[in-house]
Design a protein around this ligand. Sequence first.
Ligand SMILES: O=C(O)C(=O)C[C@]1(C(=O)O)C=C[C@@H](O)C=C1
Length: 304
Amino acid sequence: MDQDDYEYCIPVGCYGAPGSYSSEAMMTYFKNQPITVTYYDRFEEEIQAVAAEEIQYGVIPIENSSTGSITEVYDLIRRNNCFIVGEQCIKIEHHLLALPGTRLEDIRTVYSHPQGFAQCRDFFRKHTDWVQCPYFSTSQSAERVQREGNSTAAAVANSMAAELYGLQILVPHIYTSSFNYTRFFIIAPKMNQADHRDKITLVLTTKHEPGALYHVLGHFFYNGMNMTHLESRPMEGHPFEYFFHIDVMGSLIDPGVVKTLDDLARNCTYFKILGNYPSDQGGAAHEIRTYRSEIRTQCVAADP
Ligand SMILES: O=C(O)C(=O)C[C@]1(C(=O)O)C=C[C@@H](O)C=C1
């Protein structure tokens, strides 16, 4: 590789370390594109690096299908000057990893990202004598078990981490829900201008009065815009008042969508578009849509 090749690489930030689910999402999203990766221990450091334009993109988890939103990331994206330019869903398959030769009865301590523990709640209910130690990412938890050479420790992480850090899969598939997916945001210092962007993420506040949110939702309903996510986050210093983070299908290229959002913004006390980007159409997103329509069909069949 010569100097020109290095200059061509896209600088991407990623949470955790090689083998983290975030790195899996990054590799899927940037497949076949030359990237140079900087890993971050904390979501905040990564988001600030994007806002400061130290990296061109950041890959960061936003919500899990079983345990819900990674609320800290919502707050950080809102507070820092960065935009959502893409999304990537991946299937999450946690295993219990330990040093080769470790027996299940030897385990005393388990390391993982808090989401790893939350997504394997039923498994850990059977092992209440183990100390659950929240650590950075799942892959850093695996790396710690290897580095410390501790045969009473284990980590919750994926098979890629097992391979990278020389651990054995002591108990496979320890996640509670077999339908376990995490959605990641791809963030950047500037908005995505791609033609095929079809999803909008925005944040707003309303007056503290009856029906305020109902009127917000009405704008989407009357203009045929499908809302796919609503998250309320507390407003610091204003007890029990909220920022509403909303994902809705639409493109800012469409004048009808722009008019709907203009009208909506006029009725809000705060309004910011955090991104307009192409929705994930990949394998995991397809599995989720298929599962959803199967469930809907079953519900209709059960309720004639
Ligand atoms: O720890 C990792 O490997 C991560 O990429 C973080 C993270 C998360 O924060 O949700 C990502 C996906 C899984 O849901 C579990 C952990």
